[in-house]
Design a protein around this ligand. Sequence first.
Ligand code: NAD
Length: 311
Amino acid sequence: MKVLVTGGAGFIGSHLCDSLLTEGHIITVVDNLILGKKENIIHLIGRGDFYFIQEDLLQFVTLKKIFNEGQFDMVFHLAANSDIQKGSNNPEVDYNLTFNTTFNVLQCMREYKVKKLFFASSSAIFGETSAQLSEDYGPLQPISNYGAGKLASEAFISSFSYTNNIQTWITRFPNIVGERFTHGVIYDFINNLKKEPDVLTVLGNGEQNKPYLYVKDLIEGILFVCKHAKDRFNVYNLGSDSRTKVKEIAKMVIEEMMLAAEIIYTGGDRGWVGDVPEFKYDLTKIETLGWQAKYNSNDSVRLAIQKALGK
Ligand SMILES: NC(=O)c1ccc[n+]([C@@H]2O[C@H](COP(=O)([O-])OP(=O)(O)OC[C@H]3O[C@@H](n4cnc5c(N)ncnc54)[C@H](O)[C@@H]3O)[C@@H](O)[C@H]2O)c1
């Protein structure tokens, strides 16, 4: 297929490009590099089946031109704001980078009759709840602008899917870790310890407890869902059923860096406004489809730390 990957120079998007190329697809990446990096895709640039366009999806006229020329069979829409804190401080960030990018992509898909869409959604759409989160859980009450941008995107994707007969696969990721990450708890801990090896400051009380998934597991899961879920509109939670506490991640990073840093907690039950301190997925739907992650949450975290340290 001729495939458009938005956000393909980002952490997850670049791994997706690697796998899609292995499967023989022809890829165009559109990314403005606001959060992603050219280094993430540098090994692909120059290939005859890979095109990189540095452009902002909010430039609608240019985006239409890209769709017109690209004649895509499928879009993998991953471009978004991935910095939840930034979006909490300025609501326009998620409104523009997460919601409006989606809306522009949908408008182009409608105009240029692209009939297949994958969308990278998030556990953040569920909000704060102690319930085990199945795909049917509701009401959905996000507590971050990031989660709101994803939920609003899902809503418009649903209506465009119906009105334009676009086959759609939405997967809701947990916390993703691994090579080329551009943000997140492990990224922050490693960088902070490189600057100050004796002390590690942890936002919150360290009890935040969430599922972490290794990026290569995630990509496998995404492609599995796109191949095997056959409805017009498909929604799946994607993750592992175990969780890891932030204080355990802090200890693992210190251990893997062979340091003896003291851990200082800033206190409170969460890292920042909009952070959901705990959640747990019900994965029955994806397991019934036939997919399970290879690595549990602790192993994903450990592996990501080791990869980041070049081990
Ligand atoms: N990493 C996670 O733990 C996680 C969890 C849940 C959902 N997600 C979702 O997965 C997707 C990929 O996340 P990631 O971790 O790789 O983040 P990332 O920031 O590394 O990738 C996002 C990419 O989108 C690009 N982008 C943003 N706005 C753009 C715009 N207006 N025009 C063109 N490009 C733009 C950025 O430059 C970046 O390369 C995002 O949609 C994110 O919300 C990620």
